[in-house]
Design a protein around this ligand. Sequence first.
Ligand SMILES: Nc1ncnc2c1ncn2[C@@H]1O[C@H](COP(=O)(O)OP(=O)(O)O)[C@@H](O)[C@H]1O
Ligand SMILES: [Mg+2]
Length: 137
Amino acid sequence: MTRISNSVKETEAIAAEMAKSLRGGECIALDGELGAGKTQFVRGLVAALGGDPHSVSSPTYVLLNIYDRGRLKVFHLDAYRVGGADDFEAIGFAELLEQRGVVVVEWAGRVHDLLPKSVIRVKIEAVGETERQIEVS
Ligand SMILES: Nc1ncnc2c1ncn2[C@@H]1O[C@H](COP(=O)(O)OP(=O)(O)O)[C@@H](O)[C@H]1O
Ligand SMILES: [Mg+2]
């Protein structure tokens, strides 16, 4: 499924739509260049689940943010600065996948081998100043 977003609001709405289908235990792999809108997508997802969208930021340095105010706990990871699989294993990635929350990974391609087979892939591409192509597979 491919969608076009023309604004941050639309990207958040597309994420909110996806949130409706989440039951817990899912892993969402986000890919796209810096500034594509991966974090905005997570913000929309967290808001739709009933969490606090203002608390959402790229966990580039901390590796993991947890948003636990919504109907499902969201574990937000960022593999941008990850040296290798070891770093992800050190923060207990495998255990996070078993928490029945929603595990969302930015720069997921960097930890491709660690992701579950059932992963939901979201690829965001900037095609203009505010236009984004969002492909869910
Ligand atoms: N349609 C859009 N969807 C998402 N972000 C957009 C869109 N148009 C412009 N932007 C801007 O692009 C940037 C996306 O930033 P961010 O979500 O942090 O990207 P990433 O996490 O992929 O590096 C923000 O500054 C946002 O305002
Ligand atoms: Mg980000």
